[in-house]
Design a protein around this ligand. Structure first.
Ligand code: OFO
Length: 172
């Protein structure tokens, strides 16, 4: 059985994962209307992954005798300026999510909820990989600069980059 504090903190994380999914969906849509097809596909996939992160938490809370709450979400912005700025925002957003996972892990220790602590280790590892993925992409963007051919190749290749491939990239 979850303590009230752990349940509340998990519900907060459910909202954050759902909002992450919305943020990346908005980025996908922005990239799509700009004709950045590869970047858009990458963001659509990322948005789906965040929804799965949310669902995993929903299932866990309900399985442990709590009640997962599906709440209002903050609307993400619709204009991201440039794709370089957009990926910088993605990176900063992932750091925000990592901090929130760390806070959540802290609550489970305070409450001596070792089962939830154990469950959350998946999220801890996932955040390390997501941050590495975002950094790999930012490094690639810096290398390209304003080279048009480089931009074309980046848009083509970014859709192949996954959390797993970034983890294997020695430059990551
Ligand atoms: Fe849920 O991992 Fe990104 O935010």
């Amino acid at each position: 059985m979850l303590s009230k504090n752990v349940e509340k903190a998990l519900n907060e994380q459910i909202r954050i994962e759902a909002e992450s999914s919305q943020v990346y969906l908005s980025m996908a849509s922005w990239a799509e209307v700009k004709g950045l097809e590869g970047i858009s596909n990458f963001m659509y996939r990322h948005s789906d992954e965040e929804r799965l992160h949310m669902l995993k938490l929903v299932k866990y809370v309900n399985e442990r005798g709590g009640h997962a709450h599906i709440s209002d979400l903050k609307a993400p912005k619709t204009d991201f300026g440039t794709f370089q700025k957009m990926f910088q925002e993605l990176y900063e957003h992932e750091i925000f999510v990592s901090n929130s996972i760390n806070e959540l892990v802290h609550v489970t220790l305070q409450e001596k909820d070792y089962a939830t602590h154990n469950f959350l280790q998946w999220y801890v590892s996932e955040q390390i990989e997501e941050e590495a993925l975002a950094r790999t992409i930012l490094d690639k963007i810096n290398l390209i600069g304003n080279d048009k051919g480089g931009l074309y190749l980046f848009d083509r290749d970014v859709q192949q980059i996954t959390v797993d491939s970034a983890a294997m990239d020695p430059g990551a």
